[in-house]
Design a protein. Sequence first.
Length: 249
Amino acid sequence: MLIIAIAAAMWGAFDSMTDAGGDRFGGTLAIASPALYAGWCMLEPALRRGADVGSVIMRLMTACFIAPGLVAVPVGVVLAVAVIFPGMRDAITDAQTQNGGFHYYWSEGITAQVFLLPLMGWMTGACAALGVCLILALPILSLRAPNVVASGTHIEKVESSKRDSTSAFVFCGLGSTVLGIVLWVFGDGGNILEFPQGVHRAITTQSQGAFSWDESIWLFGVIFVVLGVLAMAWGCRRALSAPSGAGGG
C-alpha cells in the first residue's frame, strides 16, 4: 500500500507540472495519496484480530503524524531533484504561459511549491487519519471488539447484557455525527430548520428529472447528524446511569 501511494503521489506531482488549468485528476493525487495511506494505516487495526486499546492509540498517533510523511517526504525529495533540471522548469513555465500566465498548482513559484506540495499532503493525511478513526475504525471496533473501545470508560459499568450494544450506540453514533458534519459542511444547505424545505426541493427536482448532488449531500448530512446524536445520547445515558458495581455482572 505504501509503494502504491508513493507511486500515485509521484505521478500526480509530475502531472501537476503541465496541468496549468487544474483540469486533470492526476494532480490531486500528490495531496490525496498521503491521506489514502494514512487512512488505511488507521483502518487496518480495526480489521485485525487481537486489537487492544494501546495499539489503537499508538496507531492513531503514527497514522496522523508519521504515515503521511512516508509518502509526502519522498515526493518532496524527488521534486526537489527534478526541478534542478532546466527541462522540468521549462515545462512548468510553458504550461503557465499557455494558460494566460496562471498555474493552478505552481503559481506560488517552483521553490515554494516543492515545500508546499508535501506539506499539504502531510496535513491532509493527518486529518484523514483522524477522520477514519472517528468515522470507521472506532465504530467497527465497537461492533467487532466492544471491550476494546469500552476499556477504561463508564461503559464498563453497564451491565454485561447491555455493555456491547452501549459501546455500539456511543461509537457508531460518534462516527455518524462526524460523517454527517462533513457532509453538512461540503453540501449545499443551511441550518437544520431548513431541512423540510430541502426535502421538498429534492423531491421536486427529482420528479423533474434533475438531481442536485450538493443539496442531497447536505440532506444526508443532517440525517446522519441527528441519528448520530440520538444514538450517542442513548448510549451515554446508559453509561452514566449505570450503578458502579454493574460492570462486574
